[in-house]
Design a protein around this ligand. Sequence first.
Ligand SMILES: NC(=O)c1ccc[n+]([C@@H]2O[C@H](COP(=O)([O-])OP(=O)(O)OC[C@H]3O[C@@H](n4cnc5c(N)ncnc54)[C@H](O)[C@@H]3O)[C@@H](O)[C@H]2O)c1
Length: 251
Amino acid sequence: MARLDGISAIVTGAAQGIGAAYARALAVEGARVSICDLDPPEEVVEAIRAAGGQAIGRICDVSDPETVTALVRATEDAFGGVQVLVNNAALFGKIVLKPFTEIASEEWDRVMAVNTRGPFECVKAVLPVMRRQRYGKIINIASGTVFKGTPMMLHYVASKGAVVAMTRALARELGEYGICCNALAPGLTLSDTVKGRNDYGALRALNVESRSLKREETPDDLIGALLFLASHDSDFMTGQTLLVDGGSAMH
Ligand SMILES: NC(=O)c1ccc[n+]([C@@H]2O[C@H](COP(=O)([O-])OP(=O)(O)OC[C@H]3O[C@@H](n4cnc5c(N)ncnc54)[C@H](O)[C@@H]3O)[C@@H](O)[C@H]2O)c1
């Protein structure tokens, strides 16, 4: 029996990048995966099905409660429940690095709407299902930047700091329903978008240098922690943030 047999998981922002790697890894372990993104998720859905897994895909804006509710309903209809929610969608790859004085208020609000309110909307939408099941695993994707105070992306760092704080407070509110809420904080990871950026050269080198384990981080480095948080292996753990960054920041 695979580790996640009988489990149904929603992964947001999974049409590509690290989210797609999470979705594929969950499916390999037996989970039925519901993939959503602003971009069409068909390619990832097809890849999972071609490998013998089960997946559905849907366009969904995590900052729009209506599309989020529809996503949860579609997942329940297809798979009969939702045991795992991975709040991965975020405005990250396209963020332009700049001093905070140059961040417009509208850009600040949009980053907060997706990165912080998005997980809130998704947790709210999935709660009735998980409460009924008296079981659920919420995995919020945070960021190592919170622990390092990374400069030049203040709105992003603040949005992910809020994700860590929300994880703790949600854990307190959700424990009585048998729902665990933890966060996974990656260090700078060679996702599709990071690999495609030409302004990250110096940043990548500095990150590697700051690590105890001196190499680049890839999406595969995050899979062990993700599966731990998604599986029964972590059933007595909640409100925690696992920082997977090769020992750069320590908390
Ligand atoms: N790559 C890194 O170095 C790194 C480091 C720390 C944390 N993270 C976090 O990991 C996650 C994935 O990182 P990535 O590098 O693959 O990011 P990415 O920017 O490449 O991918 C984000 C995905 O979210 C989707 N998305 C954006 N807004 C959305 C919305 N409103 N509704 C639904 N989907 C939306 C995008 O279309 C995209 O597919 C993000 O939460 C990011 O903040 C990444």
